[in-house]
Design a protein around this ligand. Structure first.
Ligand SMILES: [Zn+2]
Ligand SMILES: [Zn+2]
Ligand SMILES: [Zn+2]
Length: 95
């Protein structure tokens, strides 16, 4: 007897359909990330933790160098580097 779950495991994203995969360009990281995985990825891989929300973080994404508050960091990455517009998502991807 086959389980239906076995067939779902194939392609990419299901619940993240509106946010395409992007390559992380933080310090030449190169990992595949999505808007949804930004908080987890930057916390676990790059050590950007949410402990101090008023701490200033210099963005090391490619040649950005913008200093943002930790509180705004995830939004900065999504909006500036993943082209995710607030409330609208990605204009090139039908929602
Ligand atoms: Zn997105
Ligand atoms: Zn990365
Ligand atoms: Zn940046």
């Amino acid at each position: 007897m086959q389980t239906p779950e076995a067939q779902i495991a194939s392609p990419l994203t299901t619940n993240q359909a509106s946010c395409p995969t992007a390559l992380c360009q933080w310090c030449a990281c190169g990992d595949e990330i999505t808007c949804q995985s930004v908080p987890k990825h930057f916390k676990e891989v790059h050590g950007i933790k949410a402990t101090n929300r008023s701490e200033k973080v210099e963005c090391k994404w490619n040649k950005c160098f913008t200093v943002v508050l930790r509180n705004n960091f995830v939004r900065h990455i999504r909006e500036s580097h993943l082209d995710h517009m607030r409330n609208r998502g990605h204009p090139s991807v039908p929602s």
